[in-house]
Design a protein around this ligand. Sequence first.
Ligand code: DHE
Length: 519
Amino acid sequence: MRFTAHWLFLLLSLPLVSLAKPDARPLYATHCAVCHGPERLGLTAPALLPENLKRLGRKRAPKVIAEGRPATQMQGFAGKLDKAQIAALVDYIFTPPKVRPEWSADRIHASHVVYFPELVHGDAKSAKPVYDADPLNLFLVVEAGDHHVSVLDGDRLEPIHRFKSRFALHGGPKYTSDGRFVYFASRDGWISKFDMYKLKTVAEIRAGINTRNIAVSADDRYVLVGNYLPHTLVLLRADDLSLIKVIPVRDDFGNSSRVSAVYVAPPRESFIIALKDFPEIWEMFYSDHPPRVFNGAVHDFHMAEGLAEKGPFPIKRIGTDDILDDFFFDQSYTNLIGTARNDKKGQVFNLIVRRKIADLDLTGMPHLGSGITWKRNGHTVMATPNIKESYVTVIDMDTWKTIKRIKTLGPGFFMRSHENSPYAWVDVFFGPNRDVMHVIDKQTLEIVKTLRPAPGKTAAHVEFTRDGRYALVSIWDMDGAIVVYDAKTLKEIKRIPMKKPVGKYNVYNKIHRSEGTSH
Ligand code: DHE
């Protein structure tokens, strides 16, 4: 009888034991904390917080934990952890911490490293690059496949250098006005300064836990960082990347907002800041010499009214009707074109009168940083693909009317051209035709050619050489390439193997703010 009760007890308790959910916290401490940090804020490996994991997604996470990530330090844990333990860890890292993590000024300071103090201020003006190539016709190619950056000679169309970047760079690298230095931001908040002459990383600092992008002031003195986590702007000195100040992003009611993106507006000597969570646009002035005049209007930033921050970097808060969280500017930086994500339509906001001056027929969801402008029939037009619908919208910037919707073979991410090219190139980033690239005649607004550089592999993001002679297309694959096309004949010239090259950035086109590319 006793024997039976004993076995009955064991039988009943067995399934309970095997069904009990493993405790993730000690598992995390044993296996993950050493690289990802005890608070999940990242250390030598990325932060493991829901905001930072959105792109990986919950579904793919167990596979990465079990099998690791190729070309990174992330090993597979299938031999050490069973399925239930991996599932518990996935739950844990996709759960927000009870207290929203902070990234204080002290932590930012502590992360700051200057690798080459002698390069911080740029050395002598006579300094020469350590390579024999036109430094203004170099491209930086961000290779997401193994988190590297290649430096490509735009004349010989050959790589001259390759270096390891921080994990998951995002947004365009930003050059100083002479093209000597460039700044990168990683999604994990690392900001790096790289010397384009000496080919060395000069300094780094971690400005946030989840960062959107950076902007560099037109006088090359400041770098502004926009963060999702924490809800802050971080202003750095551009020479050594040291911290100037952390600015919490709050409205009058104490609500805080994520920063959607930061931009520089050179003629206004200001940074424009897009917010994600309340309907305001912020403008931060960085010049030492107020007041300034532009487009005939005296700017009133010296007035205390409406300033979120006073002192040397005053911020003007501008209320808007809708949350506008993604911006594009006209070439004069007078008008800001924003998308209101809720309404799924665009608006033109004039920065001088500080109000909306037009609605735009921009449905879908344009990735506005990807829009470009050009002249057509005496008017300036802007064009943008969008990431939800299969067309490119072309808008007359005098009347703000849509003049054409060009049907494409799928939704697209990036559109690019060059002053010397009659064509605009747009990718089809999503769907079954993600391997094609459309070439559009800028005057007739017709697709004149559809290229399929690598059947079955995503073709994306075009950038032109300094003279506009060649167009470089990314094949977005681990076994990928940059495919170089003659921009006139549209014939392929060569392929340069690369590991998932995402974007490429020509020094000359960027520092001259070419109308055919992003700034
Ligand atoms: Fe980007 C630029 C926002 C997803 C690759 N992306 C930008 C910019 C913004 C932005 C605001 C302009 C900032 C700048 O360059 O300083 N991107 C967003 C999003 O909100 C979105 C849709 C969702 C997200 O995850 O953040 C998004 N972006 C992507 C991608 O999935 C892409 C294709 C791959 C990746 O690496 O994340 C991607 N975004 C890029 C690239 C640029 C960019 C390559 C710079 C383009 C350029 O030529 O300047």
